[in-house]
Write a protein that binds this ligand. Structure first.
Ligand code: ADP
Ligand code: MG
Length: 354
């Protein structure tokens, strides 16, 4: 198990900056997701870490050792690409053993190692099949077996599940988590899917336009996003912008209270509130004695029923949209056209950078 570090990595293609002073640390034996929208530089960063692409500036370190100049074949990383890239004319066994041959492992030794890797991904018994005789999920397991068979120091996965349908993807997420724990490999997992990042990761690093904007445990980022981008890319959020007063942030419908440290009085500030932290409590409850609680009047516009939960779309006094998420325990707390008060605790008012 090794620690992987990227230090001040820059990379440009034809004068366009793709990675901009990227520094990140990937903990030994943990699965860290690189989460960001398409084009944010995730694949490029993964390729720089693996040695497929050289950075213009900066260092990659494995357990403190600078490996930036170490060529791909000596860096010993396992990589699963976005497209499976299995050899179609080879059997499962041959596909998995292929990487071993390059490491000089052949014959019975190679067969044993391949069997071990195939057992780990639960494909024992399918050794003689060709890729086209396997389902998409099984093909991706072969790719995973091929990546781990050489006992790599680091496992790099570039959106390995994106080609699978939703249900299979969810199954494979659980499976992948299991395999990663079992192997104990330091793993970097690229995804643009926030749910996937939350489900799989010990840690998440959020990438935006070639910069890491926040990294940490999924819960820590979800509960305390630092920027508007992080708040809306990992989860959903309502934003309230206004001026700082003594008691909080003054917006059209009142003052949003927070337990976070406020900028100087008079400065502009934005507060993010997660939709599930807000609840509806009839309009008459608008005046509250509890100063911890926030109250905001709004009109219900639409209720989107989704079985276990409903999303309620509302409009505040100044016409801003607000979204809340409720669990459908009892009957709906409101109907379209209702004037209601929204309540939430000050601990859930997060001051963010715009
Ligand atoms: P992501 O994986 O987050 O979608 P990428 O790292 O693939 O992002 O790409 C980031 C940006 O770099 C994109 O604008 C992409 O077009 C550009 N890019 C990536 N690889 C190359 C390349 N080999 N040559 C030129 N531009 C590239
Ligand atoms: Mg990519």
């Amino acid at each position: 198990m090794i620690r992987v570090e990227a230090a001040s990595i820059d990379k440009s293609y034809s004068g366009v900056r793709v990675l901009n002073q990227v520094s990140a640390s990937f903990q030994p034996g943990r699965l860290t997701s690189l989460l960001g929208p398409s084009g944010s530089g995730k694949t490029t960063l993964l390729r720089v870490i693996g040695g497929f692409v050289a950075p213009d500036y900066g260092e990659i370190r494995f357990d403190g050792e600078n490996v930036t100049a170490v060529p791909l074949w000596r860096r010993n990383v396992g990589m699963v690409f976005q497209s499976y890239a299995l050899f179609p004319h080879m059997t499962v066994q041959e596909n998995v053993a292929f990487g071993l041959h390059r490491h000089g492992v052949r014959g019975e030794a190679a067969r044993k190692e391949a069997a071990r890797a195939l057992e780990m991904v639960r494909l024992t018994g399918l050794e003689r099949r060709k890729p086209k005789e396997l389902s998409g999920g099984q093909q991706q397991r072969v790719a995973l077996a091929r990546a781990i068979v050489t006992n790599p120091r680091v496992l790099l996965l570039d959106e390995p599940l994106s080609a699978l349908d939703r249900r299979l993807r969810q199954e494979m997420q659980i499976e992948l988590r299991h395999i990663q724990r079992e192997s104990g490999l330091t793993t970097i997992f690229v995804t643009h899917d926030q749910e996937e990042a939350l489900t799989l990761s010990d840690a998440v690093a959020i990438l935006d336009h070639g910069k890491i904007v926040q990294e940490g445990r999924p819960e820590a980022i979800y509960e305390r996003p630092r920027t508007r981008f992080a708040a809306s890319f990992l989860g959903d959020a309502n934003f309230f912008s206004g001026r700082v007063t003594g008691g909080g942030v003054e917006i059209a419908g009142g003052v949003v209270r927070t337990n976070d440290r406020l900028p100087a009085i008079g400065a502009s500030a934005t507060v993010a509130v997660r939709p599930e932290k807000m609840k509806i409590c009839g309009a008459q409850a608008a005046a509250s004695e509890n100063s911890d609680e926030n109250r905001l009047l709004a009109v219900v516009r639409e209720i989107i029923y989704a079985g276990a939960v409903s999303t309620i779309l509302l409009e505040s006094a100044d016409g801003s949209p607000i979204k809340i998420l409720t669990q459908n325990r009892e009957t709906s707390p409101a109907f379209p056209g209702d004037s209601v008060a929204l309540a939430w605790s000050s601990t859930h008012s997060i001051i963010i950078e715009n």
